[in-house]
Structure formats: C-alpha cells, structure tokens
Design a protein around this ligand. Structure first.
Ligand code: XBP
Length: 257
C-alpha cells in the first residue's frame, strides 16, 4: 500500500435512529411524559413527531413547536430556562425508558462495533443528544465496559450549531486527532448525512422507517439496516456489489472507492 493512500482509521457513529430505533418509541414518549408531568396538555403523535424531527436537538425542537404550533401559549418570562427545565425532565424520562430495556440496538450494530474493534479501527460518537442519553443506551445494551470502546463521545451542546451543521463531526475529528479523509461516518437521516458530508466524511446511511424515503445522494451507500448474516440489508441508494450486510471489509471497500 502506498504511504499516501488513505487508510480507514476510525468509524464515527450517529446515535439516535442509527444505533437504535429510538425516536418514535423513545424520545417521543419521553417528551410526552415530560409535557404531561408539567401539565402542558401537549401530545406529539407519531406523525407530528416525524415532522418535528426535521429540527435537531430536543430543546430546539420544543422551541420550534412553541413558536410555530402553539400560538396561544402563555410564554414564561424566561423561555430559555423554561425549555431547559422541561428538557431536563424529558431526559430523565428518556433515561428511565432506556433503563427499562425498552430500546434495543438495531440489527448489526453490536456485531459491527465488535468487528471494528477487532480490526483495530477506532470508534467515536457524534450525536445531537445528551451525553447521559448516549452513555445510558450503551451501558444498558452493551454493558458498562462499552463506554471505553469509544475514544470520543461527542454530544449535544459541546458545539454551538447542531446537525445539519458539520460542527459535531468537526469536533469529534479534532478530539480523535484524525483527518476527515481517515474516517467514515454512519448516519440515518438526510440532515445527518449533510452534517457528516460537510465535515468531509465518507458516509454510510442506515435509514429507518421514518427516514427511508429521504434523499441520500452523496452517501457512499444507503441501506435500510446494517444487517446481519442471514438478515441482509435492502439497498436504498448506491451500489453494494456482492455485500449483503455491512461489515468492516465492505466499509473499507466503500472508503477506497
Ligand atoms: C437526534 C436528535 C435528538 C433527539 C433528542 O440526534 O435530533 O435531538 O431526537 O435528543 P442524533 P435530545 O441523530 O444526532 O443522535 O432531546 O437529548 O436533544
């Protein structure tokens, strides 16, 4: 191999929708519980929530909802503090849901993480959600030791602009001490793909039920799941060749092409 060629050194994973199918049955439920506890009378049904998912970040999503869909809402004096408190309650509810075991990892996630580690690839997270949410999901599904599998867990408010801005990916790269040309991102949405691409990353999309009809042009490949031996993926965009599930060899091939 030439010294100049780019070798794949790290995988950077998005979390929500990518590691787990946790938006509709996880985050949405937690938002509604927090709204109910606060006596607000708001209820986000799945269709409303799918639309609100265009706004990244829970606090940003609540603000957008108040500003665009609650014209009669009696605004508190300090709206920022109100949203912060409400979101804190939502995080608590979400973590409780995770701890109850209600949210499993998606097919192929655990396998790929383990294979990547065995192959000497470094792992990182670049997510909009909070650090507590990410670490709880990892420990509940993969055990306490899994936190140490990730060299970087970049989350939430450590950057000013959330996805689709590239900031969280740029931050993760900086923390890894690697260039974008040495890493590959795994995302589940068009906005996540935009964020990773804008940071210069080759990106694989593993879409889910809520995102599979989005435009994934620009992705190295878009599939409906990482898949497993015996549970192959469906290709949504791009050319998978002979691959039937996402493994390290397939990622290396995509990375080089
Ligand atoms: C997904 C999001 C998050 C979650 C809610 O982010 O947009 O906002 O829906 O999480 P990603 P918080 O795909 O980057 O993981 O309420 O903790 O913000």
């Amino acid at each position: 191999m030439s010294v100049m060629s780019n070798e794949l050194k790290a995988l950077i994973f998005d979390v929500d929708g990518t590691l787990a199918d946790n938006e509709r049955d996880g985050h949405r439920v937690a938002f509604n519980l927090a709204f109910r506890d606060a006596g607000l009378g708001w209820e986000w049904d799945p269709a409303t929530y799918d639309e609100l998912l265009k706004v990244f970040g829970g606090k940003e999503r609540i603000r957008h909802f108040i500003e665009h869909q609650q014209p009669d809402f009696d605004w508190p004096k300090d709206l920022d503090a109100f949203i912060r408190d409400l979101h804190r309650q939502k995080t608590q509810r979400y973590v409780e849901l995770l701890r109850s075991g209600a949210i499993p990892l998606r097919p192929g996630v655990e396998r790929l993480l383990r294979e990547a580690r065995s192959a000497g690839l470094r792992l990182a997270i670049a997510s909009t959600t909070t650090f507590e949410n990410v670490t709880t999901l990892l420990t509940v599904t993969l055990g306490d030791e899994s936190i140490a599998w990730f060299d970087v867990i970049a989350c939430g408010d450590v950057v000013a602009r959330k996805k689709p801005a590239p900031d969280i990916y740029e931050y993760a790269l900086e923390q890894l001490g690697l260039a974008a040309r040495e890493c590959l991102a795994i995302e589940d949405t068009q906005s996540g793909l935009a964020a990773a691409s804008a940071a210069g990353l080759v990106t694989v999309v593993t879409a889910n039920g809520a995102t599979r009809n989005q435009d994934f042009s620009g992705a190295a490949i878009a599939v409906d799941q990482l898949g497993e031996p015996g549970q192959g993926f469906e290709v949504l965009a791009g050319d998978a060749g002979n691959a039937r599930w996402v493994d390290v060899d397939f990622l290396r091939r995509l990375f080089r092409s």
